[in-house]
Design a protein around this ligand. Structure first.
Ligand code: NAD
Ligand code: UGA
Length: 467
């Protein structure tokens, strides 16, 4: 269809996926010009900032890659039309949040941004193009994209591929440089297979061929939702067992080690926690639940919905445990929250358990004192307002943000560790203990603290899944 190798790529959406993914493609494919475009001018200005600390996304190793490629073959721009017109291959990497209105509200993926991209591609394309779904999408979305493209453009031919992204935040660069697999789905006719091959050639610049998995379009789209559902299911499974551990005196970390040693189960994603967060697990499972209902499969929908229910239960259990331990009230008490990001090594806070836990405690009139190495106060307030815990003014009265863990926990009644930032493991816990009110409670929502050390110091330490 294109009849030649790819030398120009455009990516619509300069977010957590578009930015790092394109930076790595640019680094590994110096012969390809990579244009990342976005409607958000601030985001683009931040990607273009001279100060690499100001990149809109924090990921270990990312700034160095951007530094070595930006202005050479990697460009960030707000000119979406030109980006589309100049490229042979266009990645759609825009957000696909859960719908907040109308049919499918609270469940289905909101595809309005994807649809806008498809319409704009149809308007701007003057030559044949390969359109790549990088965003996570419901199965059969490619059909809708094709319909829009074909209905709005008569002379130009399009191929739509599905190439879902499996990177995890905090390890995005590592995951992109050495992916377990790259998945490419497309039509199985001559043009479809040619398009699959052209995209495979791009990745083959650094990914071993045997890790490039080629499938039918629908298998690729559904594999992405399935992968996230399986990963989240493991966390909910171990978290459900953590509740049982607390009742029986069993230790959830020992159980994870024991079952993970079985090669059929494997050891990854068995870390009990205060609940999974992040922009995708919940949204993608809700989407899977919605699709199952849509296709008349209520038993399948109920099965996957339980993964979300256990996650909500886990977050609720944690905040209730804090209130119960603090003599049934946190009113007027100072609670230090260590960590706001949904996991370590990222500044992303979407669906972070910290929002829910802090919101619950604030509703019980606690004073919340937070320290996170990467998240700003502005972001925390935004998160709490968005989650419905009050307005900016009411939240600002109860939320205090600190420069370090020592100041956050000074005269605190309790500390809750929500994010597993490495620095929390090596804090001077004796100093923290001396400055706290007694009894000094620590709720370790990640099971990262040294139990014998903290209990010896005098803390009343409550960990997840340890009776
Ligand atoms: P994001 O919100 O960080 O970025 C999306 C960007 O798209 C925003 O900057 C937004 O301004 C831009 N955008 C929206 N509509 C646009 C339009 N019409 N034209 C130009 N720009 C537009 O989102 P993200 O985290 O990068 O996720 C993107 C997709 O990738 C989602 O479908 C998500 O499910 C999937 N995904 C995310 C991750 C992750 O770790 N965040 C991993 C794998 C897959
Ligand atoms: C997840 C998947 O791991 C990626 O493969 C996928 O591409 C991505 O979603 C996506 O589609 O957005 P991400 O959400 O960035 O990546 O991070 P994870 O490492 O999966 O962690 C998700 C949440 O689960 C975090 O809150 C983490 O702390 C929690 N978690 C993870 C646990 O509680 N226990 C574990 O054992 C592992």
């Amino acid at each position: 269809m294109l009849g030649k190798k790819i030398t120009s790529i455009c990516c619509i959406g300069a977010g957590y996926v578009g930015g790092p993914t394109m930076a790595v493609i640019a680094q590994k494919c110096p012969h390809i010009r990579v244009n990342v475009v976005d409607v958000n001018p601030q985001r683009i200005a931040d990607w273009n900032s001279d100060n690499l600390d100001e990149l809109p996304i924090y990921e270990p190793g990312l700034a160095d890659i951007v530094k070595s490629t930006r202005g050479k073959n990697l460009f960030f721009s707000t000119d979406v039309s030109k980006g589309i017109a100049d490229a042979q291959m266009i990645f759609i990497s825009v957000n696909t949040p859960t719908k907040t209105y109308g049919v499918g509200k609270g469940m289905a993926a909101d595809l309005k941004y994807v649809e806008l991209c498809a319409r704009q591609i149809a308007d701007e394309a003057k030559e044949n193009k390969i359109v790549v779904e990088k965003s996570t999408l419901p199965v059969r979305t490619a059909q809708s994209i094709k319909t829009i493209l074909e209905a709005n453009s008569s002379d130009v031919k399009f191929q739509v591929l599905s190439n879902p992204e499996f990177l995890a935040e905090g390890t995005a660069v590592e995951d992109l440089l050495e992916p377990d697999r790259v998945l490419i789905g497309g039509d199985q006719d001559e043009d479809g297979l040619e398009a699959i091959e052209l995209l495979s050639e791009v990745y083959a610049n650094w990914v071993p061929r045997e890790r490039i998995v080629q499938t039918k379009l629908w298998s690729s789209e559904l594999s992405k939702l399935t992968a996230n559902a399986f990963l989240a299911q493991r966390i909910s499974s171990i978290n459900s067992i953590s509740a049982l551990c607390e009742k029986t005196g069993a230790d959830v970390d020992e159980i994870a080690r024991a079952i993970g040693a079985d090669s059929r189960i494997g050891s990854k994603f068995l870390k009990a926690s205060v609940g999974f967060g992040g922009s995708c697990f919940q949204k993608d499972i809700l989407n899977l639940v919605y699709l199952s209902h849509h296709f008349g499969l209520p038993e399948v929908a109920d099965y996957w919905e339980q993964v979300i229910k256990i996650n909500d239960y886990q977050k609720h259990r944690f905040s209730k445990q804090i209130i119960d331990a603090l003599f049934n009230t946190v009113s007027g008490k100072k609670i230090a929250i260590l960590g706001w990001a949904f996991k370590k090594d990222t500044n992303d806070t979407r669906e972070s358990a910290a929002i829910y836990i802090s919101g619950q405690l604030m509703q019980d009139q606690a004073e919340i004192h937070v320290y996170d190495p990467k998240v700003t106060k502005h972001q925390m307030i935004k998160d709490l307002v968005y989650a419905g815990y009050g307005n900016e003014e009411s939240i600002s009265e109860k939320l205090f943000v600190h420069e370090d863990a020592y100041s956050a926990s000074d005269k605190a009644h309790a500390i809750a560790v929500i994010t597993e930032w490495d620095e929390f493991k090596t804090l001077d816990w004796t100093t923290i203990y001396d400055r706290m009110l007694k009894p000094a409670f620590v709720f370790d929502g990640r099971n990262i603290l040294d139990r014998s050390n903290l209990t010896e110091i005098g803390f009343d330490l409550r960990s997840i899944g340890k009776g």
